[in-house]
Design a protein around this ligand. Structure first.
Ligand code: CU
Length: 131
C-alpha cells in the first residue's frame, strides 16, 4: 500500500512536470502567433512605397517627367520626375503605384504629365498623359 501510494505520487509529480512543460511551451508560442498577422500588413505597406516612411496624410500633386519603366502587371510605373514640392522631393527617378489601365500604351522614354496621390512616403499615379 505504501509503495503504491509513493508510485502514484511520483507519477502525478511527473504528470505535473509534464503539464508545466507543455504550459511553458504554449505560453512561449502564444505571443508570437498573434504578432505575425499584425506584422505582415505593415511589411507590405512599407514595400508598396519608397522607404521614406512618414505619417503625413494623403496629399495630391501634379508633376511631369519621363517614363523609364512600365510594370503594368505589377501596377507600377517608374518615372524620372521633376521636383515635387508637395512631397518635398527633388527631381529623381522613382517607382509609383499605377493602375494597369493608366499605364496602358505608355513606354520608357515617353514624356508625361501626371497626377499623384501622396501617402506614406510614396505616391500613386491617379492620372497620366503623354505630353
Ligand atoms: Cu521621387
Amino acid at each position: 500500500m505504501k509503495r503504491a501510494y509513493l508510485t502514484a505520487g511520483v507519477v502525478s509529480a511527473l504528470l505535473a512536470l509534464a503539464a508545466c512543460g507543455q504550459k511553458t511551451e504554449t505560453q512561449a508560442e502564444a505571443p508570437t502567433a498573434p504578432a505575425e498577422p499584425a506584422a505582415a500588413p505593415a511589411a507590405t505597406d512599407s514595400m508598396s512605397g519608397m522607404n521614406m516612411a512618414s505619417a503625413e496624410p494623403a496629399k495630391t500633386a501634379k508633376a511631369t517627367g519621363t517614363v523609364t519603366a512600365v510594370d503594368a502587371a505589377g501596377g507600377a510605373i517608374t518615372i524620372d520626375h521633376g521636383p515635387i514640392p508637395e512631397a518635398n522631393w527633388p527631381a529623381m527617378t522613382m517607382a509609383f503605384k499605377a493602375a494597369p489601365a493608366l499605364t496602358q500604351g505608355l513606354k520608357a522614354g515617353d514624356k508625361v504629365a501626371f497626377d499623384l496621390k501622396l501617402e506614406n512616403g510614396g505616391g500613386e499615379v491617379t492620372a497620366i498623359q503623354k505630353q
